[in-house]
Design a protein around this ligand. Structure first.
Ligand SMILES: NC(=O)c1ccc[n+]([C@@H]2O[C@H](COP(=O)([O-])OP(=O)(O)OC[C@H]3O[C@@H](n4cnc5c(N)ncnc54)[C@H](O)[C@@H]3O)[C@@H](O)[C@H]2O)c1
Length: 486
């Protein structure tokens, strides 16, 4: 299957818009196709809306944003892209017809995935050309912030297509969960629907309002669920003997049963109660306002979970590690050449360490790159250099790190939105415990110097928080780069 540089979207509603925002943010070009031309404006608005929260998700160096184009020609889209994600309405015949049609125009090595919430891939792939490249990739709203994507293969789906899809979704920061066997509703919607059915019964029988039922989750189980699911949580609740004890104690009541399997009749009265209840909860706030609130706390929660390396936080951590690696990998051959030249006694001057682009969210009210982003870009250049010297995640896990103790930034020119930049760096000084670097940030279009930063780092034993001598091999590599960048 292909490496994905361009994603094709079939249907650009709520879910298509979420896919677009996520892919563009992580550097993938998007060709979005919808039958309604007016969806272009809607889509561009949805992408812009997502940007605020997405931009705060991680400060790791990102590749330049992808390019978004829109078309009403599904066939043209299918010919141009490396991966197609279908997000049209949840109707089996419609999806079957459109997927079959698009599959006649997409080369056979282009994976075609469906966002369907509950339809089975074997049914969807029935009339397609090269059905082995078709699978379900079921995301969750908002797609640009929630990492979960359920991957489900049908009877004809190949392992290669599932592997390629998992690679692509991981690349754009997601957690692909492979569903072992196709079942209606996959995994998550089965669980969500069970909960929703109970909610409808309890509201229908006037046992509780929608707000009270939401409170019953938000103040309790919901807090636990972000880090541990129901099963592990129940294992904990069973004391020393864990799940076995839990099942012995509470198993019998599963048979009583507390819950109902069939949803209640959706009468007008029940619908009114559900609508009135949720309107009371919204308390006059618009959907947009509530979406912003939801997005903000989803970002914050993932950042906290990253500290504990669990759930969505583990996905974020792995993504960031890869982003730093990617940024560093591009400059590794140049650093190696400088180090080799330095070891042989010839200095070649400053080293081109980092290529980047001013992202729209980096701009301040003057229309220029804002101060804090300069430190971020210089930090990314430092990271690339230190990684080459051997100061990476493993080194940090071993209890050592270089801490910044001084930064002096001098600004010379402005950098505007989308401007391409590069950093030229030199190691000014290395001894057993200190490294001093000089970074010059340039605009790519005219090579003008935008800013310089001189930074001092101390080598620290992280457990004690004390300055300690650095590893001899690390010091040797930094010394070679110092000689090579003289
Ligand atoms: N909304 C959710 O929370 C959610 C979550 C996960 C998965 N899904 C799944 O994603 C899919 C899309 O859901 P949505 O909520 O984005 O729907 P939506 O109604 O917001 O968007 C559907 C889009 O498809 C377009 N469309 C219709 N027919 C088309 C065709 N023949 N060719 C191209 N475009 C066409 C429509 O113009 C519309 O813009 C469904 O299968 C749904 O089950 C939805």
């Amino acid at each position: 299957m292909r490496q994905v540089r361009t994603l094709g979207l079939l249907g650009t509603g709520v879910i298509g818009g979420g896919w677009a925002a996520r892919a563009l943010h992580f550097g993938i070009d998007v060709v979005a196709a919808d039958v309604k031309p007016e969806m272009e404006e809607w889509l561009r608005g949805a992408v812009a809306n997502a940007e605020g929260a997405l931009a705060r998700l991680t400060f790791a160096p990102l590749p330049p944003k992808g390019r978004l184009t829109f078309t009403t020609d599904m066939h043209a889209m299918a010919r141009e892209v490396d991966f197609i994600q279908e997000n049209i309405p949840e109707q089996l015949e419609l999806k079957q017809r459109v997927l079959a049609d698009v599959s006649r125009h997409a080369p056979a090595d282009v994976v075609i995935a469906s966002s369907t919430s509950g339809l089975m891939p074997s049914d969807l792939q029935r009339d397609m050309v090269a059905p082995e490249r078709m699978l379900v990739a079921h995301p969750f709203n908002p797609v640009y912030l929630l990492p979960l994507v359920e991957l489900v293969g049908g009877r004809q789906t190949s392992a290669a297509a599932l592997d390629a899809a998992a690679r692509f979704f991981t690349y754009i920061g997601m957690h692909p969960l492979r569903v072992r066997r196709e079942v209606p509703g996959h995994l998550t919607d089965r669980l969500q629907e069970a909960l929703w059915r109970e909610i409808l019964h309890l509201v229908n029988e006037d046992v509780a309002t929608t707000g009270e039922l939401d409170d019953s989750i938000v103040y309790g189980p919901g807090l636990r669920w972000a880090g541990m699911g129901t099963n592990l949580i129940y294992h904990l609740a069973g004391g020393e003997t864990g799940m076995r004890h839990m099942l012995r104690q509470f198993g019998p009541c599963l048979k009583w049963p507390w819950t109902k399997l069939e949803a209640p009749e959706l009468t007008e009265e029940l619908i009114d109660k559900m609508v009135a209840g949720t309107q009371t909860q919204a308390a006059g706030r618009s959907i947009r306002e509530l979406e912003r609130l939801r997005d903000d706390y989803l970002v914050a929660i993932q950042q906290v979970l990253r500290e504990y390396n669990i759930g969505a936080g583990a996905t974020l951590r792995a993504l960031e590690e890869r982003l730093y690696e990617d940024a560093a990998a591009a400059s590794r051959p140049r650093i190696a050449a400088a180090a080799a030249a330095g070891a042989a006694g010839s200095g070649g001057g400053a080293l081109r360490l980092l290529e980047t682009q001013v992202r729209p969210e980096w701009i301040d009210y003057n229309g220029h790159m804002t101060d804090s982003r300069y430190l971020q870009v210089f930090g990314d250049a430092t990271d690339a250099l230190f990684r080459y010297a051997g100061i990476d995640e493993a080194y940090r896990r071993g209890g050592h790190a270089l801490y910044t103790v001084e930064s002096r930034v001098v600004h010379k020119a402005e950098a505007r939105s989308q401007e391409r930049l590069y950093v030229m760096s030199r190691v000014l000084e290395v001894d057993g415990k200190r490294v001093r670097l000089l970074h010059d940030l340039h605009r790519a279009r005219d090579d003008a110097l935008v800013a310089s930063a001189e930074q001092l780092y101390l080598h620290v034993g992280t457990a004690a928080g004390k300055v300690v001598p650095m590893d001899a091999a690390v010091r040797g590599r930094l010394a070679a780069i110092q000689a090579g960048t003289r």
